[in-house]
Design a protein around this ligand. Structure first.
Ligand SMILES: [Zn+2]
Length: 489
């Protein structure tokens, strides 16, 4: 860690601290890490499941717990509860105001359900075993809540040590304010959390930029350690397709059975569509290919080929199943038919069927364009028997790479892991960045963790045996602290 091993010894010897975290003692970092682990475990034990069971106030209890952690450090906060039991918590640290608009530390307190089947540890017990904290939310995203709380508490402690009141006085060395928001309802669209805040209390999170989940986590690939930083995320457009057919007696099959038509449509929807390279993924493949060089680098570059067959062959050659799925999803607008309903009785031919298809869109693909893509896949003949209605849509979001904050994130990763290679990336799913974009707050996925090379992090999201490594968290706290101090310094 930088405390004992400064990246440029000459400067450190001259008494010049390159990393703000160098100024914090190793003992203080150790204490902060132990606290962080305790906070994370306590958060996991609050089952803030979304959708909440009836009646459910898990998110509110999690938000109150976070508020207590901030209050304990002298930082006042506000609980927002637009819907009973659905709590978000926001707080505010002051800089001296000379450095521009604030930085927002964004996270969410809700988690997806965890039925417990197949888990080796109770998903809400927060066991510590084999070097991990286990449980639902360990990576998505109570680990990051605890990291962000850790940074706020550290900054507040520094204010108190300087004789200042972190509730009202500027934090020493901060020229921008730091905003904190841990929201409810991220896992179901954010209408009771970040979406509500944007619509009703935008001033609480209006910032120059935000740091959020989904990025800054190391990925081992071809003997290198990459740190994809989230700069974009795909949009979504969900469609309900009602397929019309003819009712009839099951004893005399008919080709216009709506279930038969729906089956054909589902097969066509599932065909992968054409590829298109977004700016973030273009940069991603270029940087990864340059770093790897040689035959593997050439293969990675081929993944970005406009020829889908060449791209697919390259994916098959260098990616395992998990990365292959991610790469395919990030190269195209996807359509996943996830719900099918048809039929009322075994001997009645259904005259109507319903399909719900989850489409994830690249930057530049709007709802109309996605609808057109569905029509192309389904084909005009079957399309003529369909009523297609969009529900729940949001465009893709992108943040610029050409910003001070992005450069600081890259540099901070390099300073803490000189062998690490930061690269920008798009993520295939949606986060609260869908809401912050409405306030023009560029939002970066940066929840820094350094993982063991064999860790299957992507599979932990919403998966069984969700867990986060203690060493990964130990790495992450000073990295996040340095990124905040550098941007706000
Ligand atoms: Zn999440």
């Amino acid at each position: 860690m930088a405390t004992t091993d400064p990246p440029v010894p000459g400067l450190a010897a001259a008494g010049y601290s390159i990393l703000p975290s160098d100024a914090v003692s190793a003992d203080d970092w150790r204490r902060a890490h132990d606290e962080l682990v305790d906070h994370l475990r306590a958060l996991i034990r609050i089952p803030s499941v979304n959708p909440p069971p009836e009646p459910g106030d898990g998110e509110l209890r999690a938000a109150r717990f976070v508020a207590d952690l901030l209050g304990d450090a002298g930082v006042p906060s506000q609980i927002l509860e637009p819907t009973p039991g659905r709590g978000s918590v926001v707080a505010h640290l002051h800089g001296d105001g000379s450095g521009g608009d604030p930085l927002l530390l964004l996270s969410h307190v809700d988690v997806v359900p965890a039925p417990g089947d197949g888990w080796t540890h109770d998903p809400f017990a927060a066991d510590v075993a084999d070097g991990y904290v286990w449980g639902r939310g360990a990576v998505d995203m109570k680990g990051m809540v605890a990291l962000e709380v850790g940074v706020i508490r550290r900054l507040a402690a520094e204010a108190r040590a300087a004789g200042r009141d972190p509730a009202s006085d500027p934090i020493p060395g901060l020229s921008r304010d730091v905003l904190f928001a841990a929201t409810a309802d991220e896992e179901a669209g954010g209408l009771h959390g970040a979406g509500w805040i944007v619509d009703h209390r935008p001033e609480l999170i209006q910032a120059a930029a935000a740091l959020n989940e989904c990025g800054g986590v190391s990925v081992a690939f071809a003997d290198r350690r990459f740190y994809p930083i989230g700069v974009a995320e795909k949009g979504y457009a969900n469609f309900r397709i009602t397929v019309r057919g003819s009712w009839g007696h099951g004893s005399m099959p008919r080709p216009d059975n709506a279930a038969v038509r729906a089956a054909a449509i589902v097969g066509r929807l599932a065909e992968p569509g054409p590829t298109r390279l977004s700016p973030a993924m273009s940069r991603f493949f270029d940087l990864v290919a340059d770093e790897l060089g040689g035959p593997t680098g050439r293969l990675v570059r081929r993944i970005a080929s406009p020829d889908p067959a060449e791209s697919e062959a390259a994916i098959a050659a260098v990616c395992d199943d998990m990365y292959g799925r991610a790469a395919r999803a990030l190269l195209r607008d996807t359509a996943s038919p996830n719900v099918i309903h048809a039929g009322v009785k075994y001997n009645v031919i259904p005259g109507s069927a319903e399909i719900e298809v989850d489409c994830r869109t690249l930057p530049g693909t709007d709802e109309a364009a996605m609808r057109e893509e569905l029509r192309r896949r389904i084909g005009d003949e079957l399309w003529a028997h369909c009523d297609v209605v969009a529900f729940l849509t949001a465009p893709a979001v992108e943040a610029s790479l050409d910003t001070d904050l992005y450069r600081i994130l890259e540099a901070t990763i390099r300073d803490h892991d000189p062998e690490g290679v930061p690269v920008p990336v798009m993520v295939p799913f949606a986060t609260d960045a869908k809401h912050t974009v409405r306030l023009d707050v560029p939002t970066y996925g940066f929840s820094p963790l350094r993982l063991e090379p064999d860790e299957r992090f992507l599979e932990r999201f919403h998966g069984v045996d969700e867990r986060v490594g203690l060493d990964a968290l130990r790495f992450g706290l000073p990295v996040l602290y340095d990124a905040v101090r550098r941007f706000c310094g």
